[in-house]
Structures are given as structure tokens and as C-alpha cells.
Ligand binder design. Structure first.
Ligand code: HEC
Ligand code: HEC
Length: 444
């Protein structure tokens, strides 16, 4: 009884710590120390500052708070709610994609609501790595390599669909259940089926929300040039020059056009038809796009491994180019400038001058990507033959591992699967990633 009270403090307890006498209060206070959220301010979804900064550099203009950023934040709050109270966006058919009851189980502070329903799974299990808005930059993230996934671009690595498509529900569920071996992403197999389902739903929710936000920042609101809408002292040099060349009539005309655009972007019609609807459709379509695989041919395993070996070192596949003659991940094609897409979003190794600005906004220090050392027998995306088949057939999105060329047949991919699983000397001591100075981080 006592234990139950301290470990599962409810949101109700937070609001009314005095209820039930002093002993209850004491227990509640103890619980507050152990849980997150109670006496801290309500959790907030912050806007994607990195995407905003990037668009501002491209536009050579800063966003208008009043006419661009505030409306984006409002649309997102209207459609998706808050980290404590999620909502389903007002899109027809959304129920096929997300289940509000499950989202509520994952959202909010850890504990249970007034009806005793479980809440806060995401904050209990994921937030310290993946962040409250799914940006992959929670407090633990800076110490990890690879970094936790930023869900907001809607891009995932370990899935059964072709390159460029979203993962299926089952793909996400599997990675949450099994984790990603060799990375900090843990397995959550010990959670109940319902809990895993709730977390899977919540990842999709954060991803959908993040993609919608990105779209509004990179297109739509981000395509508007706000100089005329700003008070003179808020314009940067470029914006001032621009406005100085306009006649008063032209300024009025531009203002009217700007407001008309904003009004359209804010309309539910636009939000459904052009922003959220297409993203939901893309995810729903992906459910039907699982890569179909010819069954593994019956063949002597040694023979298959040998065929795989030949293919691995052939120009037809190009595998050794990246993974190296020794498969240690040190091939010629693996360049010094290998960074994954999540990093490339804000970091261009050929022009590092803008990096400082992004780091100041909370971007993580860029870390190099390496083709995998295949001699450690570690497969992040799962070690079942079918997982490895999907990796080789479709590549790994966002991480420079290309899909096998179409001339490579399914049968040949099976040989490659056999080769990487069983044809390489096991070499646990060969370090893939020596601890480079760039991976060390000063504590502050
Ligand atoms: C200790 C840190 C940590 C925790 C806690 C954590 N993750 Fe992760 N997660 C990672 C890392 C690191 C990766 C990236 C692995 C990679 O890129 O190979 C990742 C990747 C993922 C992915 C992307 C897989 C893909 O195909 O791209 C999903 C989905 C995910 N995590 C969900 C969750 C959920 C849900 C929780 C909580 C139940 C959670 N993670 C908890 C570190 C963590
Ligand atoms: C352009 C470089 C490149 C080429 C070519 C390439 N890979 Fe990779 N491969 C990578 C990178 C980078 C990773 C690590 C991705 C990550 O961090 O998740 C990787 C990862 C892998 C993995 C690990 C998957 C997992 O779940 O951990 C396997 C297996 C693999 N590659 C096999 C192959 C095979 C077989 C070929 C040839 C058909 C090939 N690769 C061609 C770059 C390449």
C-alpha cells in the first residue's frame, strides 16, 4: 500500500498534495522527488530552433515572431495539444493512424491519472535520450554515439520498407521491443504489450508533429519574406535595404499579400490538405509497402557463404568499397566527411562556419559516421536473417548505407546475408570507433 502510493503518484496528487492528511502529503512529497514533472512547470513543446535558424540563414531574414513563429506554434498546439495533453489532429481517417487513448498512456508526467489510468511512459523511459519533442537531444544524448534518433524529420533507419519511405508500425514496435544492439537504444521487451503499443504510437505522434512543423518552417511560413511586416528596428540590414526600395503603395500591397498568405496557412483546410493529411497518407501507404522477399533458396550453407564472399568483394555490389577489404569498416569510399543526415541538416563539413550558431541553439556536436565493422557480429537493426536482408536490399536511410543495386538479385542478397552473418572471422577486439577526441565532451 505504502509503496504503491510513493511509486505511482498521480497527477491528482500533484495538484492537491494536502489531500488525505499529513502522511499522505509526506508520501506525495517523497514521490515528487522520485518522479519528474510534478512541481516543475508544465512541459512545453519548443519550436524546432535549428530548422528555424537554418531557414533564416537561407532567407537572409529572420522570422517575424508575430506573423510566422507564433502562428506555427498555435497551429501545432491546436492540432496536437501539449506534452501533457495530446490531441489527434483534425484530419479525416486519423484514427487509422493514431489511437488517442494509447497516446495518453505515453504522454504526461509519469504516474496515473485520476481514474487510475497509467500515464507518462515516454517521460519515464525515453525522454532523457529522445527529448520532450522527440528531437533526440535529451540530457543524456550528448554522451552517446550514435546519438538518439531525432523523430521530427520522419526518417528512420531500421525498417522493412524501401529507401525513403516511412517505417511500418511493426518496424517501430520491433526496435522498441528489441532495442538497437551496439547502441544506447535499450530493449523494452519487459514492458507489457499495451505499453509497447502506447510508446510506438507516441513515436509516430512526435514524428508526425515534427514533420508538420518542419514543413511549415521550410515551406509555407518559411517561404514568406517578412521584412515589410516588421517594425523598422526589428529589420536586419538586408531587410532594411529591401524595404527602402519599395514605394509606400508597394509596402501596403506586400503587407496585404503577406497577411492573406498567413490567413490561408492558418486555415484548417490548408492544414489538413497540405500539411498533416499528406504526411499521414505517406505513413499509411508505407504499411502496404513492405519489401517482398523471395524465400531463401535451399542451398548448402558453405556454398552460399562463398557466393556471398565473392559478391561482397565484387564491383557489382561495391560493399567492400565502404566496409573495407577486411570488413572492418575502413574501405576507400568511406570518406572523412561521412556524417549522417540528421547531422548534415545543420552541418556542412565543407563550410563549418555556421556550426557555432547551431551549437549555441542546442545542436549536438557533429560526429562522424563509419561504415560498420562487420567482424563484431553486431547488427543494430536486428540479427534475424530477414533484418539483414532488408538492410542490404533497401540500405539504411539517413546513414549512407545505400540500397543494393537492382541488378543484385534477391538470391544474391541471401548469399550476402549468409556471408556477413557467418563468413567473417569474429573479431570482438577490433574497435570500430576508437575514442576520438571529437567524441569527448567537457562537462559543464
Ligand atoms: C539511453 C538512451 C536511449 C533511451 C532511454 C531510448 N533510446 Fe531510442 N534510441 C537511442 C539511440 C542511441 C538510437 C539510435 C540508434 C542508431 O542510430 O543506430 C535510438 C533510436 C530509436 C528509434 C529509431 C530506430 C530507427 O529505425 O531509426 C526509435 C523509434 C526509438 N529509439 C524509440 C525509443 C523509445 C520509444 C524509447 C523509450 C521507450 C527509447 N527509444 C529510449 C537511445 C535511446
Ligand atoms: C557508401 C558506403 C557503403 C556501402 C557501399 C555499403 N555500406 Fe553497409 N553500411 C554503411 C554504413 C555507413 C553503415 C552503418 C550505418 C549505421 O550507422 O547505422 C553500414 C551498415 C551495414 C550493416 C549493418 C546493419 C545493422 O543492422 O547494423 C551491414 C550488414 C552492411 N552495412 C552490409 C553491407 C553490404 C552487404 C553492402 C554491399 C551490398 C554494403 N553494406 C554496402 C556504408 C556502406
Amino acid at each position: 500500500m505504502m509503496r504503491q502510493k510513493t511509486t505511482s503518484m498521480s497527477a491528482e496528487d500533484c495538484r492537491d498534495p494536502g489531500r488525505g492528511g499529513w502522511s499522505r502529503w509526506l508520501l506525495a512529497a517523497l514521490g515528487a522527488v522520485a518522479t519528474v514533472g510534478c512541481y516543475s512547470p508544465a512541459a512545453k513543446f519548443e519550436l524546432n530552433k535549428i530548422a528555424i535558424h537554418k531557414r533564416e540563414l537561407e532567407n537572409e531574414a529572420t522570422f517575424s515572431q508575430q506573423y510566422q513563429l507564433t502562428p506555427i506554434a498555435k497551429i501545432l498546439a491546436d492540432q496536437f495539444g501539449t506534452p501533457d495533453e495530446p490531441k489527434l489532429p483534425n484530419v479525416p481517417g486519423i484514427e487509422d493512424f493514431l489511437d488517442l487513448e494509447k497516446l495518453k498512456m505515453a504522454a504526461g508526467p509519469y504516474g496515473s491519472d485520476k481514474d487510475g489510468k497509467q500515464r507518462g511512459l515516454y517521460r519515464q523511459h525515453c525522454v532523457h535520450c529522445h527529448g520532450i519533442n522527440g528531437d533526440g537531444a535529451g540530457p543524456t544524448a550528448a554522451f552517446l554515439n550514435p546519438y538518439p534518433r531525432d523523430y521530427r524529420p520522419g526518417k528512420f533507419k531500421f525498417k522493412s520498407t524501401a529507401s525513403g519511405l516511412p517505417p511500418t508500425h511493426q518496424d517501430l514496435k520491433r526496435i522498441i521491443e528489441d532495442g538497437a544492439a551496439g547502441t544506447a537504444m535499450p530493449s523494452f521487451k519487459l514492458l507489457s504489450e499495451d505499453e509497447i503499443e502506447a510508446l510506438t504510437q507516441y513515436v509516430k505522434y512526435l514524428s508526425l508533429r515534427g514533420e508538420a512543423e518542419l514543413y511549415m518552417i521550410e515551406a509555407q511560413f518559411g517561404d514568406l519574406y517578412p521584412a515589410v511586416m516588421k517594425p523598422a528596428d526589428k529589420r536586419n540590414e538586408e531587410e532594411q535595404k529591401y524595404v527602402a526600395e519599395l514605394s509606400p503603395e508597394e509596402i501596403e500591397e506586400e503587407k496585404a499579400e503577406f497577411l492573406e498568405e498567413v490567413e490561408f496557412f492558418e486555415s484548417e483546410e490548408n492544414i489538413v490538405d497540405e500539411v498533416i493529411g499528406p504526411i499521414v497518407d505517406k505513413w499509411l501507404d508505407a504499411e502496404e509497402e513492405v519489401t517482398v522477399i523471395e524465400p531463401k533458396p535451399e542451398m548448402d550453407i558453405h556454398e552460399s557463404i562463398e557466393k556471398g564472399r565473392e559478391l561482397f568483394f565484387s564491383s557489382k555490389t561495391g560493399c567492400a568499397g565502404c566496409h573495407g577489404e577486411s570488413a572492418l569498416g575502413d574501405g576507400q569510399t568511406a570518406e572523412a566527411d561521412f556524417y549522417d543526415d540528421w547531422t548534415r541538416f545543420y552541418y556542412d563539413p565543407s563550410d563549418p562556419s555556421t556550426l557555432e550558431g547551431y551549437l549555441a541553439l542546442g545542436a549536438l556536436e557533429p560526429r562522424k559516421l563509419r561504415p560498420r565493422n562487420l567482424r563484431q557480429g553486431v547488427f543494430r537493426g536486428g540479427r534475424r536473417p530477414i533484418d539483414i536482408f532488408w538492410r542490404i536490399r533497401n540500405g539504411i536511410d539517413g546513414a549512407k548505407m545505400p540500397a543494393a543495386p537492382p541488378i543484385v538479385t534477391d538470391e544474391e542478397i541471401w548469399h550476402l546475408v549468409d556471408f556477413v552473418r557467418m563468413g567473417l572471422p569474429y573479431d570482438p577486439l577490433s574497435e570500430n570507433e576508437p575514442h576520438q577526441p571529437e567524441n569527448l565532451r567537457e562537462r559543464n
